[in-house]
Write a protein that binds this ligand. Structure first.
Ligand SMILES: Nc1nc2c(ncn2[C@@H]2O[C@H](COP(=O)(O)OP(=O)(O)OP(=O)(O)O)[C@@H](O)[C@H]2O)c(=O)[nH]1
Ligand SMILES: [Mg+2]
Length: 273
């Protein structure tokens, strides 16, 4: 997977994070429960060496619960403070809010919330603050600048724009694309979809057939999977002139449905791998 890159834009974000860092005692790093390694940002590691850091998993409702439990064990074994939150489950939000408010000695606790684009920073801040202070959206790059949200007299959270870094491993590029952290214009959506077909069939055999009504092919080779993508498109009524399946449109649909959990709860990365 190749990803087109815009360092200028991210350089600005990195500068904003540096500024924000001066204002807080600790950093809350959000990671997507489906891809905790690919959403761990090496720039954030560098930036926050002098600060305390807490890791919070988002989107666990879309991940395989067993794998998320394995990750929880993995992190606690390393002594890294670790939480999983579901912004719609009040108890999990409250537990995190209380933990944040209770840490340290200062009267007002200030935290910077960081993470890759679309991981759920603004959504979590709104859930903790119990109001829609921060703008959220179903695509990367919604938050553009730093924004403070005052939860109560003891707790203030700093929302930040999603940060990516310069060089991804091919696996990170794929996983970040699949979970919606990279703009679709910057990678080959069809190629990502072919990888996704393989992954979904490997982790949840039969689920593609169940959802789209077409048998998965006997081979995992890309040319065969490309034909399969075309068949799924035809079945959906996504046709190009001449009657061939519109593979690009189907690829976009496949990614969107994966991102919304329509293909089942699937973790892309597990500590067992
Ligand atoms: N299913 C599910 N969706 C979530 C969760 N958290 C956030 N979302 C959705 O993910 C999308 C992105 O959320 P945002 O809060 O805007 O993400 P962000 O990290 O602030 O994104 P940027 O500002 O673009 O960096 C929105 O459509 C949210 O509704 C979660 O735990 N589960
Ligand atoms: Mg945001």
């Amino acid at each position: 997977m190749q990803v087109q890159w815009f360092p200028g834009h991210m350089a600005k974000t990195l500068r904003q994070l540096r500024e924000g860092l001066k204002l807080v005692e600790a950093v809350v790093e959000l990671r997507d429960a489906r891809a905790p390694l690919s959403t761990a940002n090496p720039e954030v590691d560098k930036l926050t060496q002098q600060k305390e850091r807490l890791v919070v998993f988002t989107k666990a409702d879309l991940a395989d619960p067993q794998v998320t439990e394995d990750w929880a064990e993995y992190f606690s074994a390393q002594g890294i403070p670790f939480y999983t939150v579901d912004p719609r489950a009040k108890a999990s939000v409250k537990a995190l809010a209380e933990f944040l408010a209770s840490r340290g000695k200062r009267a007002v606790k200030r935290y910077m919330i960081v993470g890759v684009p679309n991981v759920g920073k603004s959504t979590l801040i709104n859930a903790i603050g119990r109001r829609s202070s921060a703008k959220t959206g179903d695509r990367p790059g919604v938050t553009r600048g730093l924004q403070w949200v005052r939860v109560n007299e003891h707790l203030e959270l700093l929302d930040t724009p999603g940060l990516l870094w310069r060089k991804f491993t091919p696996e990170a590029a794929l996983h970040l694309s699949l979970i919606g952290s990279i703009d679709e214009q910057r990678f080959d959506v069809e190629e990502a979809a072919l990888h996704l077909l393989r992954i979904v069939e490997g982790k949840r055999p039969g689920s593609l057939k169940e959802r789209y009504g077409v048998d998965y092919p006997a081979s995992n080779e890309f040319p065969i999977l490309y034909d399969y993508l075309g068949e799924l498109a035809r079945k959906r009524g996504y046709l190009r002139s001449g009657g061939a399946g519109d593979t690009e449109k189907m690829a976009q649909t496949l990614l969107r449905e994966f991102q919304r959990g329509k293909l089942g709860r699937i973790s892309l990365e597990s500590p067992r791998d």
